[in-house]
Ligand binder design. Structure first.
Ligand code: GRF
Length: 199
């Protein structure tokens, strides 16, 4: 049976696009909804133009009340009966109350070689540390930020003269390869870590 995937975005949604574009033909999953906390997210406009269902739940009216924000997210999700959630540049931290029921069915992509550099500014931190290797990771989401079993990593060499921006751009290319590859494996029950090296 085709698995239904909800994709969460806050921004441009280039990872979401890579996932959607891969879920065609004999792929065992399809995007059933794109969800955002930001009505102006580029990813929402792209999904609408493609005829994909969208849901926007603005976090701002909820202030510090994360439980109510997450209840609204769940209500929006329920309409689309997803089997899996893929976080793809979703910039709100989800609490244990939301994550718990989805654990094992929710993935995230993070722009570092986890467990290094959880959180923000990963590229600048890798450069500041003098790392010669950097990349991205897809992992199962748990209640701990950027934690959870690692399902795949793509690695690249840091080049002389790399800046946080040049590194981010090269890592993003790898994100677009890695996330669809991991999702394909995940929906067919392969949960081991996929390792890819940049070409
Ligand atoms: C990506 O680098 C992702 O790893 C990070 O946020 C960025 C989102 O980019 N969490 P996009 O919205 O998928 O283009």
């Amino acid at each position: 049976m085709t698995r239904r995937v909800a994709i969460f975005v806050s921004g441009g949604g280039s990872n979401m696009r890579a996932l959607v574009e891969d879920m065609t033909g004999d792929h065992p999953a399809r995007a059933c909804v794109v969800v955002s906390n930001n009505e102006n997210a580029g990813g929402i406009a792209w999904a609408r133009a493609r005829g994909i269902a969208t849901e926007v739940v603005d976090h701002r009216p909820f202030g510090e009340d994360r439980a109510s924000f997450e209840a609204a997210l769940n209500a929006a999700l329920d309409k689309h009966t997803p089997d899996l959630i893929c976080l793809a540049g979703f910039m709100r931290v989800l609490t244990a109350g939301f994550v718990g029921p989805w654990q094992g069915r929710m993935l995230n992509i993070h722009p570092s070689l986890l467990p290094k550099y959880k959180g923000l500014n990963t590229h600048a931190r890798a450069l500041a540390a003098g790392d010669t290797e950097h990349g991205c990771s897809v992992h199962e989401v748990t209640a701990l930020l950027d934690d959870g079993p690692i399902l795949g990593q793509a690695r690249l060499n840091v080049a002389d003269g790399d800046t946080a921006d040049t590194l981010a751009a090269r890592v993003l290319v790898q994100e677009h390869r890695l996330y669809p590859a991991v999702l394909r494996r995940f929906v067919t029950g392969e949960h081991g870590c996929l390792n890819v090296n940049a070409e």
